[in-house]
Write a protein that binds this ligand. Sequence first.
Ligand SMILES: C[S@@+](CC[C@H](N)C(=O)[O-])C[C@H]1O[C@@H](n2cnc3c(N)ncnc32)[C@H](O)[C@@H]1O
Length: 206
Amino acid sequence: MKKKLYFGRIKSRKISKIKEKNFKYFLKKNNINKLNLKKKLLLEVGIGMGENLIYLSKKNITKNIIGVDPFKNGMVNVSDYCINNNIKNIYLYPYVFQKFINKFKKLRFDIIYVLFPDPWPKKRHKKRRIINEEFLKKIFIILKKKGKVFFSTDNIDYFKNVKTIMKKLPYVKVKKVNKIVTIKTKFYLKAEKKGNKINSLLFSKY
Ligand SMILES: C[S@@+](CC[C@H](N)C(=O)[O-])C[C@H]1O[C@@H](n2cnc3c(N)ncnc32)[C@H](O)[C@@H]1O
């Protein structure tokens, strides 16, 4: 039996026909297969509504950025923004990360962001968490030497669990980051509103 890889919602609000059409056009035009591999490459896994992806694209105009997430409203939000604001360095993959990594085996990244992945706090749901040993091993294969990974969460159990896994992996340095790693995303703001402590880690490959 095929393993289920996504447990969230693909769609929340209704997407208009015109936005759907623009999204399809965007995916065709900004095709990941046509990426200029001479440029530095950034990746965000689980973009949500895409605030960080849009922020990164403006901060890194000479670099390309790929966003991976099956959540369609976020993807359409980003494609709409790119079309209306003439942003050319964002590429989108609207499926799960596990599929992305199997399809684009040769891509190598300078920076990878995984911000506020779904915490699945119930014990019986922990298996659903995207970050586990297998995920991290894959991340370090696609990360360039001296590349960086930023991870943030407001779930203390998830944070400790990732730290424990990281200790087992070779050629990786782990550092606790005490300031915000990028802009405040939707889930950063949610955590802040609840008064939750946000923990972040920086992994680098040597
Ligand atoms: C809690 S939200 C956080 C969104 C955003 N990073 C933020 O900070 O606001 C987690 C996101 O991860 C996405 N996600 C869940 N499983 C995924 C997978 N297997 N591959 C890629 N994205 C995934 C969800 O669709 C959702 O958009």
